[in-house]
Ligand binder design. Structure first.
Ligand code: FRU
Length: 372
């Protein structure tokens, strides 16, 4: 009889331990995602934050982000190191379409799912693409120029004179934004694109390009730039030139400037519009959250969209004000969500600890009873 009791108690303790272990220590499958960012600026930081934030819903995923400092060779090396490290999925924002193609193909051929985001690579060797509609950005630029031409009563004989500051020549947003602009201007007779120059997405080269184009075409009415960083830099140059050379006389300060990205927050294009540094911008969404959602679908073998082209929108001063207000609201909500997330993690850890303690106490009581 006594021996039977011992057996029953042992069985109970064993069962409790098994249940406790099962509930506490059965980890879900973990995934490692490698992210190869071409550059490191405010736009990329926003995209990285969006991706990290989305991981709140996927604690089984970890991200390793590497920045290639706008260097395609370095980006290829970083992609190769992700392949060697055997990550589960790769996210690439290619610096230049042709130069980064070989490394992306190597990853794809190695069986690694590859999501290409924002900029594209040449060829078809990728699993999914998510990025803004760059051709539409160019078309929107042309439409906006048409409205400027109307405002300034430009005619085919005295057309609106425009210069364009472009991004990095080998990157697809640069190519497609320019193509959209050229196609859009085809039917607009009172707007003339005088000259374009590449400034690789940065302020310093944009200053040089703007300076030389403005000196070549002193009657310029409008500057369009493929991102806001370059637009703000070019606007500063224009302002200085206009004052220094006084070429515009009573038209001082009348140069219109259009940028691209329309990021909210400090130093972004929306703030620049509200401060009167530039006149308008075109949104270019980063949607890091969507990139992660697609990654999760691919990792879970669920259906996903191969090519997602994100819509774009013109932001003028009226829209800018609404956007800035909304973004403050969103930032506030995000902070609340993050605080809640920390609280949930803390509560989950506590409840796990409590469960372990409960089982341990139960086991001790049973042992005590047995001994008694
Ligand atoms: C950020 C950026 C943006 C631009 C995009 C194009 O790195 O330069 O300003 O819209 O890349 O890929």
């Amino acid at each position: 009889m006594k021996q039977n009791c011992v057996h029953i108690f042992t069985l109970i303790i064993f069962s409790i331990s098994v249940i406790a272990c099962n509930q506490t220590f059965s980890p879900p499958k973990r995934y490692r995602i490698g992210v190869s960012q071409c550059s490191d600026d405010a736009w990329r930081t926003k995209m990285n934050e969006e991706m990290q934030r989305e991981l709140i819903f996927h604690p089984e995923i970890s991200l390793e982000i590497r920045h290639a400092s706008d260097n395609s060779q370095l980006q290829c090396l970083q992609i190769d190191s992700f392949i060697a490290e055997d990550v589960d999925l790769l996210i690439v924002c290619p610096n230049e379409a042709e130069e980064v193609k070989s490394a992306v193909s190597r990853a794809y051929d190695a069986g690694l799912p590859v999501i290409v985001a924002d900029r594209q690579v040449t060829g078809e060797k990728y699993t999914a693409f998510i990025g803004g509609d760059n051709y539409a950005v160019g078309r929107h630029m042309a439409n906006w120029l048409q409205s400027c031409a109307e405002k300034l009563a430009a005619t085919p004989q005295q057309p609106l004179q425009v210069i364009e500051i472009m991004g990095l020549a080998g990157s697809t947003p640069c190519v497609w934004r320019h193509a959209g602009l050229i196609d859009g201007l085809e039917s607009i007779t009172n707007v003339k694109l005088m000259g374009s120059g590449n400034a690789n997405w940065f302020a310093a080269p944009a200053r040089v390009v703007a300076d030389s184009l403005l000196r070549c075409y002193p009657e310029t009415n409008v500057i369009v730039a493929q991102n806001d960083i370059m637009a703000i830099a070019a606007a500063e140059v224009a302002e200085k030139l206009v004052y220094a050379r006084d070429i515009y006389g009573d038209r001082r300060g009348s140069i219109y400037v259009l940028g691209t990205d329309a990021m909210t927050g400090e130093g972004g294009g929306v703030e620049a519009i509200l401060q009167g540094k530039i006149d308008a911008s075109i949104t270019y969404a980063s949607r890091g959250d969507m990139v992660i959602q697609t990654a999760v679908k691919i990792l879970n073998n669920e259906p996903y969209l191969r090519d997602t082209i994100l819509p774009i929108m013109l932001v003028d001063p009226a829209v800018a004000e609404t956007m800035q207000l909304m973004s403050h609201e969103i930032e506030h909500n995000m902070a609340t969500i993050q605080a809640l997330q920390h609280r949930i993690t803390w509560l989950r850890d506590m409840s796990q600890l409590q469960r372990v303690l409960l089982y341990a106490t139960a086991a001790c009581i049973i042992i005590l009873l047995m001994l008694l």
